[in-house]
Design a protein around this ligand. Structure first.
Ligand code: BG6
Length: 510
């Protein structure tokens, strides 16, 4: 009974949009020469500019340590964009200027204030400022302190917002300390914590799918859903980030943030309105309902792995411990699989199988929701277990889209059952245009002052609280949760199957 592909047609009706346009403002990028700025922020700002989503009255000020003129910085922007395959216009570059200085010196913030006043006059940005800290977390406090002491975070006549990037702490204690130190200078309403997964189109579509269709919600519970499987597989290894990654590992790097946010979107209750606090209250409630790991047999619900040299001769890859900058005896996990439960009325007993790792066969992020088997077969001798269970597959990336498998009768005089895959692909829907990058949406929302897709501090802490028992057990190196090794480009450690119910099921093939 092989699955047959099926085409679906799209109904291009006039779209209904929740539209808003940001008012005047300046984006100030700390870490203006850094990798994040070049790879993500500049392309996102340019794409917004091209699509006329930025206000006419906007400017960008880069801040970094190297001495540079405005013209030299504009040239750097031009080159970075050319490396991305974009030729930017002079009109766009004219919006950029530069301030050089140390992030810990008050002179830098004095100069920044002068520059902000100048661009406010030249570009009409009305003193509004979005400070993007494209910096390691150790720099968050000094920069926010510098901004505060210069009076740049006061919101008397203009708004002032700060975007920070993960990691938000290394564990619960440091996350609490980080937040406490930031709160001395900025309010939660000014703090925009980025989890770029929340800006992805396909991740946002989870909510639209669940709450704009009447057919899913009645089935979205333990009565009809057997299990949920969330996979975020990466083909890349640690690349040039060993300095950070070898101290973090996959649980801190992916689970504590992106994976938990995706689980929350699948499992949360509907907020009354899609608005920052109502929505984030539900996320916070959901994370707090995940069954605590404390007291569970961690060996039965978790697997941690590390990649070793590839056996695939077509794609040679060194083992993690041989990567540049990684300790030769590193115990850092590059792979984690977990079985989680959400202890509430809706999800009682439904396992959420979640795994993420580097150097897996290919890049593939998806959420598979498997519905329960039919209770009885009227098509004797075909038994209930002969039918494939319905699977709703949400493909996050690449090949963004979704699919639903259905059992149908094969045409013909005999009574034969077969499986159809209804498949929707964003690329068909976009008709050749690229799907907007997550950073575009998030920068736009920050300019609009919409915090909905930014992570609130209570959810950061709730997520750390959840994972602390696992991190502690790993640090103690308990035999119960050993580090399992897997060859680069394999499906991950073989032990992963053992956490599936009864050990007899299979994970979906990556
Ligand atoms: C980042 C992690 O947050 O997400 C990286 O630090 C990871 O290690 C990346 O590679 C994955 O993001 P994406 O958008 O490529 O799935």
């Amino acid at each position: 009974m092989s699955a047959q592909p099926m085409t679906v047609s799209y109904n291009y009706r006039e779209q209904l949009c929740v539209d808003s346009a940001p008012g005047p403002g300046t984006i100030v990028i700390f870490g203006a020469s850094g990798d994040l700025t070049k790879r993500k922020l500049l392309p996102a700002i340019y794409a917004l500019f091209e699509r006329k989503l930025l206000p006419e009255k906007f400017a960008v000020i880069g801040v970094a340590r190297t001495e540079m003129t405005n013209e030299a910085f504009q040239e750097e922007v031009r080159e970075a964009m050319a490396a991305n395959g974009d030729t930017v216009t002079d009109e766009f570059l004219a919006k950029f200027s530069y301030v050089a200085g140390q992030y810990t010196e008050s002179a830098t913030f004095e100069q920044l204030e002068t520059e902000l006043k100048r661009v406010s006059e030249e570009h009409g940005t009305e003193g509004n400022a979005l400070f993007y800290l494209a910096m390691p977390p150790t720099m968050f406090e000094p920069i926010v302190k510098g901004l505060a002491e210069q009076g740049l975070l006061e919101e008397d006549d203009a708004w002032s917002r700060v975007i920070i990037e993960k990691p938000f702490g290394h564990d619960l204690e440091s996350a609490v300390a980080l937040d406490k130190s930031l709160k001395r200078y900025i309010k939660e309403s000014q703090t925009y914590r980025i989890d770029h997964y929340l800006g992805k189109e396909t991740v946002q579509n989870i909510l639209m799918l669940r709450f704009a269709n009447a057919i899913f919600e009645p089935l979205w519970n333990h009565t009809y859903i057997e299990k949920v499987e969330i996979t975020v597989a990466e083909e890349l290894g640690v690349e040039k980030r060993a300095g950070y990654y070898d101290k973090a590992g996959a649980l801190r790097d992916m689970f504590q943030n992106h994976m938990v946010q995706m689980l929350s979107l699948i499992a949360m209750e509907p907020p009354a309105i899609f608005e920052a606090d109502a929505y984030r209250d539900e996320i916070a409630k959901l994370i707090s309902s995940i069954r605590p790991l404390e007291g569970q047999d961690l060996g039965k619900i978790s697997v941690r792995g590390q990649y070793v040299e590839a056996v695939d001769s077509e794609r040679p890859a060194v083992g993690y411990r041989k990567e540049e900058g990684v300790a030769p005896n590193s115990q850092t996990e590059t792979y984690v699989a977990l079985k989680l439960f959400v202890d509430n009325w809706r999800w009682r007993g439904v396992p959420f199988y979640m795994r993420t790792g580097k150097r897996l066969p290919k890049k593939s992020s998806e959420i598979a929701i498997t519905f329960k088997p039919i209770p009885h077969s009227i098509f004797k001798p075909i038994r209930p277990k002969d039918f494939n269970q319905n699977v709703l597959l949400l493909r996050m990336q690449p090949h963004e889209g979704m699919g639903l498998s259905l059992e149908v009768k094969s045409p013909g005089s005999k009574l034969c059952v077969n499986t159809l895959e209804m498949d929707f692909s964003y690329s068909d829907f976009m008709q050749g245009e690229d799907i907007p990058d997550a950073y575009e949406r998030l920068i736009l929302d920050a300019l609009l002052g919409d915090q909905t897709l930014f992570v609130r501090n209570d959810t950061v802490e709730a997520s750390w609280r959840l994972f602390m028992p696992l991190l502690r057990a790993w640090e103690a190196d308990l035999d119960n949760v050993p580090l399992c090794f897997y060859p680069a480009y394999s499906e991950g450690p073989k032990e992963t199957n053992e956490i599936l119910e009864g050990g007899s099921l299979q994970w979906r093939k990556i």
